[in-house]
Every structure is written in structure tokens, then in C-alpha cells.
Design a protein around this ligand. Structure first.
Ligand code: ASP
Length: 322
């Protein structure tokens, strides 16, 4: 009798988890004009390993019933620390040879968001973005103010040399097509957790050769980063000026909310139709997860470092279109 009681108690207590039970996660490590003949199979493999490790970190959190916010932050921290990607260590340089980093994070539960812009001494800008969201009344802090805040929050600070990696490590530069002068990167992650909540996080060094003080789409909520439990979570990568002008992430969410489109349709509509053939636009992509766990990965470039996994057991990492 006692055993039956314990069993029933267990069933009742775990019901909220079992009722939802499913989770989904997608990540990217940048989209751009990358070509297969510029990268050896070994190097492609290194990128895939980096993406897989990042994915495993997020999956482990979601599987255990952790929050989507924790998952996206942890994945982006890993990708910031990995020198292969254009975020944190390994970020691209501005025209005056410095690193100016942007990052943002958003919670789909209450549309809470935090971002930092143009920071060059915070080891993990995404942690600073999260601290802005959690511990300040603001959404965005920039430059010196953001650094001061990060220091006060006890985050790890580094000198500017930390972000520079050796030529060999900076495989990103070799991977992208130099002739086209289109060097993108950026890392991002979106997730749905077992409690039904969505979150998005994005971090970047921006576009290489950018002018002093330039701000891209990543820290602009609704442009490169967005999450709402009523629609989807989105993280973008690509030509930031266009992502800002077309409010890409928010547009995908609105098409779902107001027009009833699926996440796949909405992402396709924005990336392939609205942003098709725009003058001066060099392309880009998005990763999205909706409130039911469906995933959309759309890009107009010939590659996007990406990966996704679901509670169904499916899991993929890829670099090129095919
Ligand atoms: N979207 C980023 C920016 O414009 C760059 C990128 O994704 O590659 O700052």
C-alpha cells in the first residue's frame, strides 16, 4: 500500500514535467560567403566538433529540466570561448584593429531582455547581457558603462589581447571568401525548455572592418535577437544593417502571431522573400524555435554553421547548404 502511495505521489509531482516533457534547441556559429574549396575536410570537422560540443551543453541542461535561458546562455558562453567563431575570443577586428563586441539575451516568458554594445574587456559579453537583464532596470548598456557594470557584477574582465587569437586558430578568416569581402560570424542559440518557455541569445564581434562605434543587429531586440512564448525565439546572423532595417527577428514572430504562419513559413518569408535581392545586402540567416518545439533554420548564404536537437532524439550539425 505504502509503495503504491509513493508511486502515485511520484506520478503527480512529476506531472507538470511529463505534461510538457519536450524540448528543442538550435544554434548557429555564423552565416556567410564560405566556400568548400577554401576549407579542408579536417577544418570543417573542427567546426562541426565545436558546434556539437556547444549543442551537447545545451541538450544536457534541457534534458534535466533546466531553463531555456540557462541553456542558451551556456551554449553562447562556450561559443564565445571557442576561437573558431566570431564572438568573444576569436572575434573579428574593426577598421582600426580593435574588438568591439555586442551581445543580447531575451526571455520569452515576460519579454525581459538585456544587451551590451561595443565592449572590449568583458570575457563573456553574453553574461554581461544576462546581468543587465537580471540586475538592472535597463535593457541595453554600452561601452564604458557596460564594462563598469560588468565589473560591479563580478564578471570576469580581460585585457584587449585576450580576444586576439593566432592566425592558425583564426580559421574563420580562411574559411570565408576573401574576394567578396563578406566576413560574417556571430554565434547564437534559441531553445524551448520542458516548462514551455522560449529564450534566445546572440553574441558577435560584428562585421570585420566595421567603423568605430558601429552597432549591428545582434544587441537590437527584434532585429538579431527575439523571444516570445506566444510565437518563437530567433537568433540571426548576417549583414546586420539590413537585419536592423527589416526588424528580422521581430518580423518572423509577428508573421506567426498575426498571420498564423508556421515558424518555417515565417522564417522563409523573411529570409528568402522580403530580403531577396536587396541592393547592397550580402545575405544572412536565422535559427528559430517555436512554442511547440518546431525548428526553422533559414539562410541565403551558401553556408551557416548550425546545429539543432530535439527531445525526440534527432540531432544535426552542419556547415554548408547541402
Ligand atoms: N550580424 C552581425 C552584425 O552585423 C554579423 C554577423 O552575423 O556575421 O554585427
Amino acid at each position: 500500500m505504502k509503495k503504491v502511495f509513493i508511486f502515485l505521489t511520484f506520478i503527480v509531482l512529476s506531472f507538470p514535467c511529463m505534461a510538457q516533457g519536450k524540448w528543442s534547441i538550435a544554434l548557429h556559429g555564423g552565416a556567410g560567403a564560405m566556400s568548400r574549396d577554401r576549407i579542408s575536410p579536417e577544418r570543417e570537422q573542427r567546426y562541426k566538433q565545436g558546434l556539437q560540443r556547444a549543442l551537447d551543453i545545451g541538450v544536457a541542461i534541457l534534458e534535466k529540466g533546466g531553463t531555456s535561458l540557462d541553456a542558451v546562455e551556456a551554449v553562447v558562453v562556450y561559443l564565445e570561448d571557442c576561437p573558431l567563431f566570431n564572438a568573444g575570443r576569436g572575434a573579428v577586428f574593426t577598421a582600426d584593429n580593435r574588438n568591439e563586441l555586442d551581445a543580447a539575451i531575451m526571455s520569452g516568458i515576460d519579454l525581459d531582455a538585456g544587451a551590451v554594445i561595443n565592449v572590449g574587456d568583458i570575457k563573456n559579453p553574453i553574461k554581461a547581457a544576462k546581468a543587465v537583464m537580471d540586475n538592472s532596470p535597463h535593457v541595453i548598456l554600452t561601452g564604458i558603462g557596460a564594462s563598469k557594470f560588468a565589473r560591479e557584477q563580478g564578471l570576469e574582465m580581460v585585457d584587449s589581447g585576450y580576444f586576439r587569437v593566432s592566425k592558425d586558430e583564426l580559421a574563420m578568416v580562411e574559411m570565408f571568401d576573401k574576394d567578396k569581402n563578406e566576413k560574417f560570424g556571430t554565434v547564437g542559440c534559441v531553445a524551448l525548455d520542458q516548462h514551455g518557455s522560449l529564450a534566445a541569445a546572440t553574441s558577435t564581434g560584428g562585421m570585420s572592418g566595421k567603423k568605430y562605434g558601429r552597432v549591428g543587429d545582434v544587441p537590437i531586440i527584434g532585429a538579431g535577437t527575439y523571444a516570445s512564448n506566444t510565437s518563437c525565439a530567433v537568433s540571426g546572423t548576417g549583414h546586420g544593417e539590413f537585419f536592423i532595417r527589416y526588424t528580422v527577428a521581430s518580423d518572423i514572430a509577428r508573421l506567426m502571431e498575426y498571420k498564423g504562419m508556421s515558424v518555417q513559413e515565417a522564417a522563409g518569408e523573411v529570409i528568402h522573400k522580403k530580403m531577396n535581392n536587396l541592393k547592397g545586402y550580402s545575405g544572412g540567416g536565422v535559427i528559430c524555435v517555436d512554442k511547440d518545439g518546431s525548428i526553422a533554420l533559414e539562410f541565403s548564404t551558401n553556408g551557416m554553421h548550425r546545429g539543432w536537437a530535439k527531445s525526440t532524439g534527432e540531432s544535426v550539425v552542419a556547415v554548408f547548404k547541402d
